[in-house]
Ligand binder design. Structure first.
Ligand code: GTP
Length: 191
């Protein structure tokens, strides 16, 4: 499948944990279809602001789990704020940015649609629709598994949101059920 990516603007990856967002972008970097500096990832910004990519609060006593969840949310808020500043600056400089985060909640996506509009650049969405069983199976192979419960919650949100995404106002939307055989075709001029 060929995905036409704009010359400048925002490419929003959408999909639950383990749907393969980072893996797809990594393979595109390896194939030299995109630059590593064109990718911003919420995981990397969490590390930048807090030295931690993920906090595992599963199987902890409730009080401790609540504390860890609070800490994770505080870190995420700082990470996204930094990340959005970088995306905004890149839009102002007429650069292309691939945003690697789940974007499951409408507000998270609408923020970037507004950012693209403000900067008069296009925004496209690449939506990864991978079956829940596959997401759970892949989780076992990760250094920091996200946990079945979390994946199920994310998948339910994704299933609910999927049908609205097309109408949210992207320049184009691509719905993928696998990430192999993908080719990015880059527009070579701003029009
Ligand atoms: P988050 O960062 O948690 O949102 O996940 P993500 O959607 O970025 O998934 P990521 O690309 O980090 O992949 C998660 C795990 O699934 C890794 O262990 C990958 O190796 C594996 N994975 C991703 N895509 C594929 C695929 O197409 N096939 C297989 N077999 N494994 C994959």
């Amino acid at each position: 499948m060929k995905i036409i990516v704009p010359y400048a603007g925002i490419v929003l990856l959408v999909g639950p944990s383990n749907s393969g967002k980072s893996t797809l972008l990594k393979s595109m970097i390896e194939k030299k279809q995109i630059l590593s500096s064109e990718v911003v990832s919420s995981d990397e910004f969490r590390v930048l602001v807090s030295d931690r990519e993920f906090i595992d609060w599963r199987e902890r006593p409730k009080d401790e789990a609540d504390c860890l969840l609070d800490e994770y949310q505080t870190i995420s808020k700082e990470a996204f704020s930094m990340m959005d500043s970088v995306i905004d600056a890149r839009c102002r400089l007429n650069k292309l940015t691939f945003v690697d985060a789940t974007h499951l909640h409408p507000d998270d996506r609408k923020r970037y649609i507004a950012l693209a509009r403000k900067n008069h650049v296009p925004i496209i969405a690449i939506v990864l629709d991978i079956p829940l069983d596959t997401l759970i199976e892949r989780d076992g192979q990760r250094d920091h598994p996200r946990g079945k419960r979390r994946l199920k919650q994310q998948y339910q949100t994704f299933k609910r949101e999927k049908r609205f995404i097309k109408k949210e106002g992207y320049t184009s939307t691509y719905l993928l059920d696998e990430t192999k055989h993908i080719e990015f075709i880059r527009r070579t001029n701003p029009i």
